[in-house]
Design a protein around this ligand. Sequence first.
Ligand code: G
Ligand code: G
Ligand code: MN
Ligand code: NA
Length: 250
Amino acid sequence: REIESDLREALSRGQLRLHYQPVIDLDTGEVAGYEALLRWYHPRRGIVTPAEFLEVAEETGMIVPIGEWVIRQALAETGRWEGDFRIAINLSPTQVRSPHLADVVAQAVHTHGISPHRVEFEITEHVLMQKGSLCASNLEKLRELGAKIALDDFGIGYSSLSYLRRFLFDRIKIDRDFVEGVEMSADSQAIVSSITRLADALGMATTAEGVETRAQLDLLRKLGCQEAQGYLICEPVPGDNFITLSAAKA
Ligand code: G
Ligand code: G
Ligand code: MN
Ligand code: NA
């Protein structure tokens, strides 16, 4: 497949970049952190999003070196920015099974002088569906380093509740499925408020994803969400833009 051979070259030719999307605290309105989102600056196809290449990357195992690059790059860029905001990094199932994951993270936080407490890894329930103990022990190792673990895309899979019992997450990210149209749907409101109360009871924080309107933002706060991210606040932007943005604000 063309995309597969292209992807192998993407890393070595420096075509991969990270974009960052701010996550805000709904009480204070301040930026609590940034989620790193991978982009492929393809020479012919323009900016390609992970939706178009993650599956191939997973199937071929390319996701392991790509994911290690993501971790190093996100922490290198974070180290250059002011502030002690959280940095969120997505991990796919194959990455969580890779034997060197915790070592890569430990080395990167050390190299770039980042407190591991500022680093949060986002995984979906697919990670916990895998057989084998390497995955669980990797998550434990990340925790021992001091990193946090968030459950991403919560609510759209099946049997999500059993995964909450299997692993004590630091955060639940409420999928944008429940955010879209939440102002118009009493059912969505009931679901969101149930999730935030459940998270509270389990000692987990909540972030709502895909917030696109002011009405959604206000309602999500009222329903007990602590943090939000989405196009209303900011779309994912390259790190250099982010520096320009904060310089403009200062
Ligand atoms: O930003 P975007 O809509 O393109 O992201 C699409 C999907 O790709 C999301 O599910 C997101 O979690 C995933 N994703 C984005 N960046 C990374 C990354 O660096 N590593 C992994 N494993 N997944 C990512
Ligand atoms: O699976 P994960 O939650 O990591 O993926 C987040 C994805 O959602 C990214 O691809 C990001 O570009 C996208 N995204 C971020 N904010 C919004 C938004 O407000 N609306 C929509 N439709 N997508 C968003
Ligand atoms: Mn995510
Ligand atoms: Na998500």
